[in-house]
Design a protein around this ligand. Structure first.
Ligand code: 4AD
Ligand code: MG
Length: 462
């Protein structure tokens, strides 16, 4: 007789009726008894594991019932109603095959491990409860990103990873080169990049925005969702050197339209998680951030407030709290300021708009006061800045003047200026850090714990 195909444990656990099936997975625990033994088996398809019931009649009973945590196992049997509390089904095993044994040096034994320790075994941590939940959420939410834009008719564009442009102008690009590291060709005392692979100096992208703008001036509504890289040496719990960013770009739109899209997008993500990731979310709610579910439900219906940067500075100057970084008009808002505003003053999501031009990138549209630009940051409690965006400068002369002011050379940006030469139109967009979103939705406190293999200063081992 043909053996049944593998059934995912998630499917087995939600079966309508019992029957014969085959499951495969990794052993979470073994309880050995005199007349019967139990194994909990998990295959990553759901948070819950399936209980296997083994009787001594199995030909390899003594081996299987001595399996270590982490071993991989294939089991055929009958799904029957479970007498045990908290689970509907269990599997009466008729045949078990050990696929890969694991001895007691397996680092993920039953006890609870610190996230720090689990980071040092990033190759095994996906098999733990917490990281199983994180990476299932990550996958579900990544799908939801595409669904959100697809439903709204946005074009998905893949922007390049290797680029010659430092979009943010912050000098945080990783270099991409095939020149010899020890003896690069020189010209007039500096490296001669014209001899490099691309004939110019290139690096890994810090943002897909500039190219997304080009596509928005042809397809109106577009988005890109890909990896971005920043060689910024800030060892914080919210910064990674490699992270994923979602960047919509919309034509015929101003800053208010941009904020509306950001709000709608965040609300959609929260609602999607509440509706589709219940099991994992309830784990986060119990074990990672108490009250998470209430917070997310509140956010799904919350009013997003908007204040200007100048109003934010006034609120900070009036605060009954001393900050490590003193505040004055013109300074960049630090994480402590952002968190004070969104947590203490507004206790909810907050758009801050119209920042001083000198602390923002060259492409943001100059406001009529000529001191501020049409920028927006969305701040949320606990995470701080989750979205950064702006209306773009569509006026060629103003843009060129801003580039000169910011020291951005026109040499490699002729194409960017061209779309202001022919058929220029008002447009806007934003970038949302996918990991920051996941931190917000899961309650995880460190960005290293929501990305499969984190890259931070000093770390790229896995
Ligand atoms: O504010 P940023 O630097 O904006 C841009 O890159 C624009 N070009 C986006 C656009 O308008 N299309 O970054 C956008 C978001 C931040 O709000 C934050 O969520 C995330 O990207 N981000 C990081 N996430 C993790 N690690 C880092 N080092 C990050 N830097 C930014
Ligand atoms: Mg920003």
């Amino acid at each position: 007789m043909k053996k049944p195909q593998r059934t995912a444990i998630k499917q087995a656990l939600s079966a309508e009726q019992g029957g014969e099936l085959c499951v495969k997975g990794w052993v979470r625990s073994v309880r050995r008894g005199k007349d019967v033994s139990f194994i909990t088996l998990n295959d990553g398809s759901s948070f819950s594991s399936l209980q296997l019931v083994l009787s001594p009649e199995l030909p390899n009973y003594s081996l299987v019932s001595r399996l270590g945590t982490g071993a991989s196992l294939s089991a055929n049997g009958t799904l029957v109603e479970s007498p045990a509390a908290g689970q509907r089904w269990e599997l009466q095993v008729s045949e078990a095959q050990i696929l890969g044994a694991a001895d007691d040096s397996y680092p993920l034994q039953k006890k609870r491990h610190s996230f720090e320790f689990l980071r040092s075994i990033a190759h095994l941590r996906p098999r733990s409860n917490s990281f199983g939940a994180v990476f299932r959420m990550r996958s579900a939410l990544s799908f939801a990103v595409h669904q959100f834009f697809h439903e709204r008719g946005f074009l998905h564009v893949q922007t390049p990873i290797i680029t010659a442009n430092d979009c943010e102008g912050a000098g945080e690009m990783f270099r991409v080169t095939t020149l010899a590291a020890d003896q690069p060709p020189q010209q007039k005392g500096t490296v001669d990049w014209s001899q490099d692979f691309f004939g110019q100096r290139t690096g890994l992208t810090v943002s897909g925005q500039l190219q997304a703008e080009l596509f928005a001036t042809a397809f109106s509504d577009v988005y890109t969702f890909g990896p971005t890289f920043r060689a910024e040496n800030s060892n914080t719990s919210r910064h990674a050197a490699e992270f994923w960013m979602i960047e919509p770009e919309i034509a015929f739109a101003d800053l208010a339209d941009d904020c509306r899209l950001g709000e709608e997008f965040l609300r959609y993500m929260v609602t999607y998680a509440l509706e589709n990731c219940q099991e994992d979310l309830s784990f986060f709610n119990q074990r990672i951030e108490k009250g998470l579910l209430d917070k997310l439900e509140a956010l799904a219906g919350a009013e997003f407030r908007t204040i200007t940067y100048s109003e934010a500075v006034e609120l900070l100057l009036k605060a009954q709290q001393t900050f490590e970084f003193p505040v004055r008009w013109g300074c960049d808002l630090q994480s402590e300021h952002e968190r004070y505003l969104t947590e203490q003053v507004f206790n909810g999501p907050l758009f801050v708009v119209d920042y001083p031009k000198q602390i923002k990138a060259f492409y943001m549209r100059l406001n009529d006061d000529r001191k501020t630009v049409a920028a927006m940051d969305l701040l949320v409690p606990r995470v701080g800045e989750i979205i950064g965006g702006s209306q773009r400068e569509e006026r060629l002369d103003v843009l060129r003047a801003r580039m000169a002011e910011c020291g951005v050379a026109e040499e490699h940006l002729g194409w960017y200026l061209d779309i202001r030469r022919w058929g220029s139109c008002p447009h806007a967009g934003f970038g949302l850090g996918f990991e920051r979103l996941l931190m917000y939705l899961t309650g995880m406190e460190n960005i290293r714990d929501v990305i499969p293999f984190p890259r931070t200063p000093g770390h790229a081992e896995f």
